[in-house]
Design a protein around this ligand. Structure first.
Ligand code: AMP
Ligand code: ZN
Length: 141
């Protein structure tokens, strides 16, 4: 629990939410400023700021609930598809510093785009540079 965290306030019941799922480790509720009807947020009940702060068990719990809810949300609002994602960290646009996955229902012709639109300028990387990046990622693991 983090005293000044909105989502911890929701977990504690101090801030109201439209809860759609809850268990011991995960809570899901409607986004208060939805991008589409059914826009749902899935959070760990314990305060963790970013993805990297989740241990394996909690990450699995959050993913399980996301996985279970995507189809449920689509069916409930009669969506054609969903965009599922996390803004992970300030530079990625994370505004609430408590890990949350977005389930955003999508509709044919809704005017939105794919997640390819979230980054800025695309880099131009040679095959060698791509090989190096892949090697760097493997080396970090
Ligand atoms: P992000 O930019 O990924 O941090 O998204 C934060 C999301 O939390 C936004 O979509 C907000 O609309 C949503 N949000 C902020 N406060 C509340 C709240 N009290 N209840 C539900 N959703 C909220
Ligand atoms: Zn929190």
């Amino acid at each position: 629990m983090s005293a000044d965290c909105i989502f911890c306030g929701i977990v504690d019941g101090e801030i109201p939410s439209r809860t759609v799922y809850e268990d011991d480790t995960v809570l899901a509720f409607l986004d208060a400023n939805p991008l589409a009807p059914g826009h749902t947020l899935v959070i760990p009940t314990d305060h963790r700021e970013t993805f990297q702060d989740l241990d394996d068990d909690l990450a699995a719990d959050v993913f399980d609930v996301l996985h279970g809810l995507v189809g449920t949300v689509e069916a409930a609002v009669d969506a054609d598809a969903t965009t599922v994602g996390f803004n992970n960290g300030d530079a990625a646009g994370q505004e609430v510093p408590h890990v949350h996955g977005h389930i955003i229902p999508r509709f044919e012709g809704d005017g939105g785009g794919p997640i390819h639109g979230v980054a800025g300028r695309r880099p131009t990387l040679s095959d060698e540079e791509l090989d190096d990046v892949a090697a760097d990622i493997r080396a970090e693991r």
